[in-house]
Design a protein around this ligand. Structure first.
Ligand code: ZN
Length: 278
C-alpha cells in the first residue's frame, strides 16, 4: 500500500523499516492516540517514530488522510432478486486487507462512525462470496450487526470442516444451526403443501393426472434434499419446462402461479439470526 500527502507539515517514520512519510498533523489528530501524543509532547517538529512496518504505517496514514468511503451500491429490485442491494466490487476494500485495517483502527482509536463503521460496511460487502470468513471475523471484532446479516449466506453448517468453524463461539454457532433448521423445516412445509391446482383451481382437464404427478414427483425429490440455501421456487420452476406443462396454456399458467406463491412464501422465512425468536 503506498501513501502520498500533498501538503505535509510533519513526518512520521516506521521504526521497523526506517521509512519516513511526510504527513499532515491535523489528519493525524483524527486519531485519539495521536491527539493525546501531541497534547503531551507539544508542537515539536521532530519526526515521530512508530513501531509499525512501513506497510502498516502507510495503511494507517491512508485511513487518517483519506478516510474510506462506503462501497458504491446499486439496487436490483427490478429483478426481484436477493440480495436486493449489490456492491460495486471496484469500490470495495479487498477482504485480505480488512483485518489489518481494523487492527490499526482499534489500536489508534480512530473514530468509530467514520472509519470503523465504514470498514464494517466493506466487510459486509464480502459476505455473499466469503460468508464464513466474514461471519467469524465480525464476531471476533464484536460487529454483531455484520455477523447477523452474514448468516443468510452461510452454507449448511455441516458442510464446513471442524477447523473452519472452530473459531465460532458456541452460542453463535447454535443460533445459526437453529436458523438453518427453521428455514429447512418451513421451506419443506411450504413445498409439500403447495399444489399445482390448489382445490382444483385452474385445473387442466386434459393433463390433470399427468401434470399433478409431475409436480408431486419433483417436490418429493426436492423435499428430501432441501438445504438452507435451496432456491425452492427456482427448482420447482423446472416443471414449467417439462411436458405436458411446457406446451399447455392451462398447466403452464397453474405451474407459474404455484411457483410464484412458493417464491413469495419462502421469501418471508427468516434469513438472518437476528429475526429468530429468542
Ligand atoms: Zn394441461
Amino acid at each position: 500500500m503506498s501513501f502520498q500527502c500533498t501538503n505535509p507539515d510533519f513526518y512520521v517514520r516506521s521504526a521497523d523499516d526506517a521509512e519516513t512519510f511526510a504527513v499532515r498533523r491535523d489528519a493525524l489528530c483524527t486519531s485519539e492516540v495521536f491527539r493525546d501524543m501531541f497534547t503531551c509532547c507539544g508542537d515539536s517538529d521532530e519526526t515521530l517514530d512508530l513501531h509499525e512496518s512501513a506497510d502498516s504505517l502507510a495503511a494507517l496514514l491512508t485511513l487518517l488522510h483519506h478516510p474510506p468511503q462506503p462501497p458504491t451500491q446499486f439496487k436490483r429490485d427490478e429483478f426481484n432478486l436477493i440480495p436486493k442491494v449489490w456492491n460495486d466490487t471496484k469500490t470495495v476494500i479487498p477482504l485480505p486487507l480488512l483485518p489489518m485495517l481494523f487492527e490499526l483502527a482499534d489500536k489508534y482509536a480512530l473514530p468509530s462512525d467514520s472509519v470503523i463503521g465504514v470498514l464494517a460496511e466493506h466487510l459486509l460487502a464480502h459476505a455473499p462470496e466469503a460468508p464464513l470468513t466474514v461471519f467469524t471475523f465480525a464476531l471476533k471484532q464484536g460487529l454483531q450487526n455484520v455477523a447477523s446479516k452474514t448468516t443468510q449466506y452461510l452454507q449448511p453448517m455441516a458442510n464446513y470442516s471442524l477447523g473452519e468453524v472452530a473459531l465460532i463461539p458456541v452460542e453463535a454457532y447454535h443460533r445459526v444451526i437453529q436458523l438453518q433448521d427453521i428455514r429447512v423445516k418451513t421451506m419443506r412445509q411450504y413445498l409439500l403443501s403447495e399444489d399445482l391446482f390448489p382445490h382444483g383451481y385452474g385445473e387442466c382437464p386434459s393433463h390433470l393426472r399427468e401434470a399433478t404427478q409431475l409436480w408431486h414427483t419433483k417436490r418429493m425429490s426436492l423435499a428430501v434434499k432441501l438445504e438452507t440455501l435451496t432456491d425452492v421456487a427456482g427448482e420447482m420452476e423446472n416443471v414449467a419446462y417439462q411436458e405436458p406443462v411446457q406446451n399447455c396454456v392451462l398447466c403452464r399458467k397453474a405451474c407459474i402461479a404455484a411457483v410464484e406463491m412458493l417464491r413469495y412464501k419462502c421469501r418471508k422465512i427468516y434469513r438472518t439470526v437476528d429475526k429468530l425468536p429468542s
